[in-house]
Design a protein around this ligand. Structure first.
Ligand SMILES: Cc1ncc(COP(=O)(O)O)c(C=O)c1O
Length: 407
């Protein structure tokens, strides 16, 4: 027997891989009131309540690929050529043309983001991220030793980017700017003029853009979703998307990167993304094979999803207005809205976290605190995908809770 002791420390990469949302959510002190049924407005998963369902023809398409026995092997790590071709055809525009060579399929939009961040930045460089923003960006970047710098979004301007602040964060080590449009957690949809402002910063400093468009096309009446790559001939853009939200199948974990690079600036990045895709043996074969069919789902399916989401957004606007101590920023798209908690209006609420815990304890309604998204001010995020009757009950309980705790 050797006298040497076992010593097997975890790797540096694993130790610096942390999702900040977990650190908060796993320590939430939530003891729901047993007298009231529990309603979660916390999970960004449209399938939770069973009211948002995938179109039947899509289910049939997956079934037929399953029964063909032709989608059981490993696809190429970047996805089947037919699926990449179908995505290129679906997303190409005269302003931002795409071919199958510009498409890389991965395991969800999360993986697409991981490929982009991994290919574009080195340890010691920095990447600019939205604040408040989806916490996975920080997890992916800091795991690779990339510094995260957070640019402010402005609640008073429908969560547009504070462009001077964004620009002030850029230095010679800035590898990329990442934007999320439409946004989680804010529910904002950027106007063309705002997207052009962002592009002009990229152009001026020659910084490429990563655009997380997982909520593409999910804009409400009066707001238009514009893929940012269609507005530039000069800025190279990596657009990330996936099946999770618009197609209502988050658990299928299939996403993609669309490489918009008119001037061959990304020739190394392109190869980098392909190399990184080889870290796994590609995304799920069955779902990847079904992509051409899913993209061909009847328009009525998307229209029905959006009509339901929009109706829920309207109910949210109606029932969350004029609640003492709350200032909602109403959504323009996606499935989220942020509500400011005016702490000075409450007797005994000390933070957004405190609000969330007390609300869950007294009213059995769970939201996430803005802290989960690095929001500097006290906010809560509401996911408005539950059925309308459940939303109405949850909002009524929030109103009663606020009245009770108001000064
Ligand atoms: C902004 C944003 N980007 C990416 C993702 C991850 O997408 P996927 O489930 O396809 O990995 C999410 C999931 O909630 C999200 O909200």
């Amino acid at each position: 027997m050797s006298s040497k002791e076992w010593n097997v420390p975890a790797s540096l990469v694993s130790k610096r891989t942390k999702n900040p949302i977990r650190a908060i959510v796993d320590h939430l002190k939530v003891v729901p009131n047993k007298e009231k049924h529990f309603i979660s407005l916390a999970l960004g998963d449209p399938t939770t309540f069973g009211n948002f369902k995938l179109e039947e023809s899509c289910v049939d398409a997956v079934k037929s690929h399953l029964l063909s026995y032709k989608a059981n092997g490993y696809p190429p790590s970047i996805g089947y050529p037919q699926a990449r071709e179908a995505l290129a055809k679906h997303y190409t525009t005269p302003e931002a043309p795409l071919t199958a060579n510009d498409v890389v399929i991965g395991s969800g939009c999360s993986d697409a983001l991981n490929l982009c961040i991994g290919a574009i930045a080195n340890e010691g460089q920095n990447i600019l991220l939205p604040c408040p923003g989806f916490s996975l960006y920080e997890t992916l970047a800091s795991s690779k030793g990339i510094e995260c710098r957070f640019y402010n979004l402005l609640p008073g301007k429908s969560w547009e980017i504070d462009v001077p602040h964004l620009e002030s964060l850029i230095d010679k080590n800035t590898a990329a700017i990442l934007i999320n449009n439409p946004s989680n957690p804010c529910g904002s949809v950027y106007k063309k003029s705002h997207l052009l402002e962002i592009l002009s910063v990229c152009d001026k400093h020659k910084i490429p853009l990563i655009s997380d468009e997982i909520y593409a096309d999910m804009a409400f009446e009066g707001h238009e979703f514009i893929p940012i790559a269609t507005l530039t001939k000069t800025v190279p853009v990596l657009t990330c998307g996936g099946l999770a939200k618009k197609f209502l199948v988050p658990g299928w974990c299939v996403g993609w990167v669309l490489i918009h690079d008119r001037n061959n600036i990304f020739h190394e990045i392109r190869q980098g993304i392909v190399s990184l895709s080889q870290l796994t043996l590609g995304a799920n074969s069955l779902i990847t094979a079904s992509i051409p069919d899913l993209l061909n789902a009847p328009k009525e399916f998307y229209q029905a999803t959006m009509a339901q989401l929009e109706a829920n957004a309207r109910v949210s606007k109606e029932l969350l207005s004029n609640i003492p101590g709350l200032v909602p920023v109403f959504p323009q798209g996606a499935m989220y809205l942020m509500v400011e908690i005016q702490l000075d209006q409450f007797r005994d609420i000390t933070s957004d976290l405190d609000f969330v815990e007390k609300l869950a304890g007294e009213e059995s309604v769970l939201c996430l605190p803005g802290k989960c998204f690095r929001c500097p001010k006290p906010f809560i995020r509401i996911v408005f995908t539950p059925p309308k009757d459940q939303l109405a009950i949850a909002y009524q309980r929030i109103r009663e809770f606020c009245k009770r705790h108001h000064i």
